[in-house]
Design a protein around this ligand. Structure first.
Ligand SMILES: Nc1nc2c(ncn2[C@@H]2O[C@H](COP(=O)(O)OP(=O)(O)OP(=O)(O)O)[C@@H](O)[C@H]2O)c(=O)[nH]1
Ligand SMILES: [Zn+2]
Length: 201
């Protein structure tokens, strides 16, 4: 049996005309030559670029009966993460590793990547993004356990400010059995450790 529960964003609509005007005002205030040849279209491009990074697409959270009673970990590694830090509105990028221990239902595999996209396309902190993905899986799939690890580089920290290029921030959220049972927890963390850096491959 297939269950499809629609996941839809709750954000307010984006006003591209107002965003383009605001981008032109910002560039002007920053002393940039927006009348120059190469920059006449820049406010429009900025508005569209941010609109794209801040728009989540709706999708169906499709689950199936766990007919075979599969009871081991399901892990998808190296899901791309593209988000925007809420403090500077600068991008942070990296990878997410998602896993769960099934109970009655299993999830369409692509939905793990869609979930990351969905929660990433809004102003975020890496900690909140990690928790929101884990809580969504727990609430809508009701598995025995959930694990989420995100490794990302924040351009607000690498391109400006402290300019610590190459630093990676690692966050994790473990729920249910993956939090409470030491061997499940260790298995999930060892499966995801080194992914994304080619460390294990
Ligand atoms: N916890 C957390 N902090 C973040 C994240 N993204 C950015 N930050 C931090 O948010 C903080 C904002 O600090 P502020 O002192 O208010 O801003 P700032 O003067 O621009 O700070 P600097 O980046 O140190 O120059 C910085 O330390 C950022 O590194 C995130 O996802 N999680
Ligand atoms: Zn930032």
């Amino acid at each position: 049996m297939t269950w499809r529960s629609p996941v839809t964003p709750a954000a307010s609509p984006i006003d591209l005309v107002a965003a383009e005007k605001a981008a032109a005002d910002l560039l002007r205030a920053l002393g940039q030559p927006i009348g120059s040849d190469g920059m006449t279209e820049t406010p429009r491009r900025m508005a569209h670029a941010y609109a794209e990074m801040l728009t989540s697409d709706s999708f169906d959270f499709t689950t199936f009966a766990n007919a075979e009673g599969y009871d081991e970990l399901v892990v998808v590694e190296d899901i791309p993460v593209r988000s925007v830090c809420e403090h500077h509105m600068l991008p942070f990028t990296g990878v997410a590793h998602l896993g769960y221990l099934p109970a009655d239902r299993i999830l369409g595999l692509s939905k793990l990547a869609r979930l990351v996209e969905f929660y990433a396309h809004r102003p975020q902190t890496q900690e909140r993004l990690t928790q929101q993905i884990a809580e969504h899986l727990e609430r809508h799939l009701t598995p025995r356990g959930v694990g989420v690890v995100i490794e990302a580089e924040h351009t607000c920290m690498s391109l400006r400010g402290v300019r610590a290029a190459g630093t990676r921030t690692v966050t994790s959220a473990l729920l249910g059995t993956l939090r409470t049972d030491p061997s499940s927890r260790a298995e999930f963390l060892s499966l995801t450790r080194g992914a994304g850096r080619g460390g294990r491959r």
